[in-house]
Ligand binder design. Sequence first.
Ligand code: HAM
Length: 416
Amino acid sequence: MEVIKAPRGTRDILGSESWKWAYVSSICREVADDFGYKEVHLPIFEHTELFSRGVGETTDIVEKEMYTFEDRGGRSIALRPEMTASMMRSYLENEMRSANQPVKLWGIGPMFRYERPQKGRYRQFQQMDIEAIGAQDAFVDLEVINFSMELYRRLGLSNLQVLINSVGCPKCRPNYRKKLQDFLKPEHDKLCDSCKNRFDRNPLRTLDCKRPVCKEITANAPSIMECLCDECKEHFDKLMLGLNRIGAVVKHDKRLVRGLDYYTKTAFEILSGDLGSQNAVCGGGRYDNLSEAIGGPHVPSVGFAAGIERIVLTMEAQGCSFGKEPSNKVYVVAAEPCVRIDTMDLVRKLRMNGISADMDYMDRSMKSQMKSAGNMAQYACIIGSEELAKGIITVKNMSESTQEELTIEQLISKLK
Ligand code: HAM
């Protein structure tokens, strides 16, 4: 019988990597605290309808990538492909409208999308997500973009490009859709199958297609900026003014459209120059009509989500620091089998004092215990019947090969 493997597109994050994730999460938390965002833990599965109505029926996420199943009660359930719709659901369900607006929430956790796996793209991946719910002001968009830039600054990332655009609103986007369709119509037959498919339903996505033919066709497509209504234009100008004021280097990418239908006005993405084709380290924007799409009142909002795997990959590629990898300070070595019970007690006392310590549980020789100490710890603390009689411990610094005899009190105060 073959040994069962993990499903395609999933990864085991092992000890050699998980401490890096813990570091990134701790910086996310720090920045969230400084920006006044409160952490929430939301369900990993939701009613499928939340995403089909929230994210949009015509998006790749809903059409092709969602993990959907019927539960034992006959309900259609989906593993969350993203967190924004859940955040809005939670805001509405928990009556956060009566709190001070905007309500600022953040969360971190796994998302699920049935995509073609490759480096930086997985079927289960981790997102850090922030949402500022309930305010229309373009300066909230500015805060959200500033949050992402501050996060990457604190993580030590460089070689990033911030792309920004406006995708308009239900008032002005239909004019642009029409203009774009008129432009694309003569070339319709040359478009790739997915662009042909979404020509009627979602033609803006053509601008985002990576296929060379579609890129060539859309190279001179009209810009959405020409079609924005006064409100969207003013919003965009105010945001750009703010970005300029805080000295943010951003590129206005007139072709930037996002893969989720809920966006209105601001859309942005941050790309890493050190990743391959899956180079977006975060994406976000404003979504003023998501609440209505899932049955709520008008709640203008903005947010972004960052992929933790891609952040870690970029940090590794750029040699950024992840802080200090946790390791054992002490490995307690039993010089004779009869003192193993004493080594156990010493390990316990060290741990109680916040000193990381370990020992052998395999009844190995002193020589191989010393080898483990060399591999795993900074100090070997050796106990034998001689040490026990004298009330001391032989403490060997493994990197400097120095040795001293200390009482347990002296050992604790030295290592604490
Ligand atoms: P998104 O652009 O679909 O936006 O995803 C955000 C980020 O998640 C991406 O930039 C990327 O870093 C990471 N990501 C997405 N898919 C994968 C994958 N298959 N494997 C690894 N990483 C991935 C959203 O999800 C929106 N909810 C963002 C948002 C929040 N908009 C407003 N608020």
